[in-house]
Structures are given as C-alpha cells and as structure tokens.
Design a protein around this ligand. Structure first.
Ligand SMILES: Cc1cc2nc3c(=O)[nH]c(=O)nc-3n(C[C@H](O)[C@H](O)[C@H](O)COP(=O)(O)OP(=O)(O)OC[C@H]3O[C@@H](n4cnc5c(N)ncnc54)[C@H](O)[C@@H]3O)c2cc1C
Length: 418
C-alpha cells in the first residue's frame, strides 16, 4: 500500500510503515521475512501470461527456492528436521498470498496437505523417512482426496486399498471412472508420491476411509505400472499448478505405507484402532487437517488485502471527473458554461449544417443527409452577402462594436477563463 517514500501516494500523511506494523500483528518478523524473500528479483511475477509448461516450471522452481530458505520447515517438528513453529508457518503462508497465487497453492499442496497428511496421520517411521524431504521439496507429493464423483462427500470416496497378507501389501484400485482422483495438485507434473484417501479393506471387511502413501513417479519422472495420470489442463486460474487425474489399476504398496496413527494393520492382517467408532475415527482423521482450512482462510484475507491495496492505489491516482469545474468563458466572450461549450457558437453551427443540407439537396436532387461543409468559394460568397447586409440603420451593430450580453454570475472560486 505504500509508495517508496513510505506514504500512500497523494494521501498526505498516512504512515504506511506504522500501518503495516499494526496490521502485521504479533508475527510481524515472519511476515517481514517472507515479504523480503518475495521481493527478490527471482520471485518477480512474469509481466506477460506464460505458456502453461513454462509457468509450471517457474512455480516449481519458486517452491524449491522457498523451501531452501527454511520457511516450510517451520511446520514440522524439530526432531524430524523441522522448526516446530506452526503459528509462524501459517503466518508465512498467509503472507505468500501477496505474491503469485499459484505459488501459494503449490506450497499449500506440498507442505500443508501432503506434508500435513504424513505428519498428522502417519507415525514415527513415516516422519523419520519423509518429513525432511517433504520440507525441502526433495520429495514432491500430492494430497489425493477428491474423486470425480465424490468431492465434498469424502466419507464416500471409492478408491480401495485391499490388504493382501500373502505379500504384506495393499492393492490400490479405482473401481469406476467416477472414482478417479480429480484435480489433484502436483499430480500432472511433479509429484513422486501421493497421500491417497481410500476405503481400507482388511480380511474382507471395509474399515472406512484411511490414507495410504502411493508412488506416482520414480526419480526419472516415470509413472509406475498400475497408475495412470492425466493432466487436468488449462484452468480458469492457478495455471502454475499442475493439477491431474489419477487412476489406480492394482498398484501394490508395502503395508508400512498405511498412515497408521489412528489405525494399524498387522502383518497377518489384523486391523486395530484406538478409536472403535468408524464415524468418530473418520472425523478425528479429518480434524487433523484443519490446519489447512485455517491457512486457506488466512491466505484469502491476504489476497483480499492485496486487491484492496490495488484498488486504493488506483483510486488515488485516477482522476476521472475531478472537483467541480467553475464556468469557463468561451472565446466569443458572450456565453459561458461548465463544459466550456459555447451555446451561441453551437447554434450557429446547427444553422450552418441545415443550410449545407439544403444546398446539397438543391444541387444534387438527393435527400441523403450530409454533414459536408459548403465549399470555400460558397463560404466566401456567403460572407460577402452577409457584409452587404450590414447597411447603415440596420439593427446589427456597426463594424468594430459588439453588443454584450449580461454575464452570468461567476462562481466565487472562478478559474481563469480559457
Ligand atoms: C484448482 C483446484 C485444485 C484442487 N486441488 C485438490 C487437491 O490437491 N487434492 C484434492 O483432494 N482435491 C483437490 N481439489 C478438489 C476440491 O477439493 C473439490 O473441488 C472440493 O472438495 C469440492 O468438491 P466438488 O468440486 O466435487 O464439489 P461438490 O462436492 O459437488 O459441491 C458442489 C457444491 O455443492 C455444495 N455442497 C456439497 N455438499 C453439500 C451439502 N451437504 N450441503 C450443502 N451444500 C453442499 C458445495 O459447497 C459446492 O458449492 C481441487 C479443486 C480445484 C478446483
């Protein structure tokens, strides 16, 4: 909102630094730090819309650079390479919304959703194995919850993870096309792993929605057998994020890939959970993801602030009507109006146009209306005729004199005449 001199342009006296300190509130240092990072030249928004692939690559690179500053590590516990400052992480995320919103969403998917699922739904073995790589974007991942046929209704997602005790693996399947994962961030280009929400089936019994880690690509970017991915393509916005659709055609993942904080499956295929009620278990699992909802709300406020600042700056600079204008005197010194148009001249112009039209009709026989001026010769003939009419004793003023109409009352703050 501030100009470079620390004041709102033209507002006279708003101290934007003091205002920013006030609005930043208790986590000011994190917000200042994030803004400083985003104002580096390498984070400059492209001036022109970029081709989608280029834009996605740019947003990926931004995410990697941001991860290298240690910001995302704020989210995760210290013992797993993080900094354990969740409030600061959310304040930093909110501030990101002042920049490119594709970057915000990419970070939200990678660190908040994918990282959040591993952190909150997984156990120590998952934290030790994955969190540090997630925080540095070494392990790009997806949060695969929504299905084409089941968006808000997460409890009814139909992707299945069936336990096979013979191999100690889960078999992941998409039963029908309506059950494919849809609009999954990071899936079309970058993700190497997904936290997949699916119905867990153990020993022939359905146990409700659980989350399983499934590989999406190897180190060379190859999608493994048993997984199909399609690009969601161009969207109305956020085109720097690679959203994709995913089908699982029987890919097998090890038993350890079940994020097992709230439910475990033994090697023999015995299901246990500290929460016996299936509904309660489901809502407890979803509750751990509430951090994402708060973050999205905060980011929306930042984006709104940015929009408000843009609107205020525009309003301060743009003068469409300006203050009321006092009457401006015409060069004829007879009439005046606020627009400066001379009613006497415009009446004369109308008369002249009517005469021109009459002349056109008489000389061409056409009734076509025209605004063509009479020729120079005709105008000079007309001037001669009019001077001949200036006879002594006529009612017109003698040459060199002008009749003056009474002037209209001038505004007290009248500006100089034009
Ligand atoms: C750009 C983008 C990125 C996304 N990224 C991801 C991602 O990374 N991972 C992921 O899992 N998903 C992702 N999604 C999917 C997103 O989470 C879903 O769109 C969302 O869950 C809503 O589901 P839906 O689109 O099927 O809408 P629906 O569930 O069909 O809802 C449609 C409308 O009905 C309303 N509605 C639904 N149920 C009720 C009800 N019971 N009572 C009253 N109103 C109701 C909804 O509020 C909404 O207005 C993404 C979507 C988009 C657009």
């Amino acid at each position: 909102m501030s100009s470079t001199d620390g004041h709102i342009d033209g507002s006279g006296g708003v101290d934007s630094v003091a205002l920013r300190v006030l609005l930043d509130g208790p986590r000011r240092e994190v917000r200042e730090h994030t803004r400083a990072i985003l104002s580096r030249p390498e984070f400059a928004k492209p001036a022109e819309p970029m081709p989608t692939e280029e834009y996605r690559a740019r947003v990926s690179e931004w995410t990697r650079m941001l991860a290298s500053t240690g910001g995302p590590a704020l989210l995760f516990p210290e013992e797993f390479g993080g900094l354990g400052r969740v409030g600061d992480a959310i304040a930093g995320f909110e501030t990101l919304a002042l920049s490119d919103l594709s970057l915000l969403v990419k970070c939200g998917v990678q660190f908040g959703l994918f990282g959040g699922a591993v952190h909150h739904l997984g156990s120590r073995k998952h934290h030790e194995r994955y969190l540090a790589d997630i925080a540095t974007f070494e392990l790009p991942g997806s949060f695969a919850m929504s299905e084409t046929g089941h968006g808000s209704n997460v409890q009814q997602v139909q992707t299945r993870a069936t336990y096979d005790p013979a191999t100690e693996e889960f078999v992941i399947e998409t039963p029908t096309d309506a059950d494919r994962k849809d609009f999954i961030g990071n899936a079309a280009r970058d993700a190497r792993m997904a936290a997949v929400f699916c119905q867990l089936v153990v020993g022939g019994t359905e146990r409700g929605v659980h989350c399983v880690l499934v590989p999406l690509r190897d180190g060379d970017g190859q999608v493994p057998a048993g997984v199909r991915i399609e690009d969601c393509g161009h969207k109305l916005g956020l085109n720097g994020v690679d959203n994709g659709r995913i089908w699982f055609d029987g890919i097998r993942v090890p038993r350890e890939n079940l994020l097992d904080r709230y439910a475990q499956v033994s090697a023999e295929g015995v299901y246990t959970s500290p929460i016996s009620n299936e509904n309660r278990r489901f809502f407890t699992m979803l509750g751990t993801l509430i951090q994402g909802r708060i973050s999205v709300g905060g980011a929306a406020i930042s984006a709104t602030k940015a929009a408000l600042a843009t609107a205020i700056r525009h309003g301060l600079r743009r003068r469409q009507f300006g203050p009321p204008t006092p009457p401006r005197r015409c060069r004829c010194l007879i009439t005046a109006s606020t627009s400066g148009a001379c009613s006497r001249r415009s009446r004369a112009r109308t008369r002249s146009t009517s005469r021109s039209r009459a002349w056109w009709r008489s000389s061409t026989g056409s009734s076509a209306p025209t605004t063509a001026r009479p020729s120079k010769a005709r105008r000079s003939r007309r001037r001669g005729a009019s001077s001949k009419r200036e006879q002594p004793g006529s009612k017109r003023s003698p040459p060199g004199t002008r009749r003056r109409r009474s002037r209209p009352a001038a505004s007290p703050a009248a500006a100089p005449a034009t």
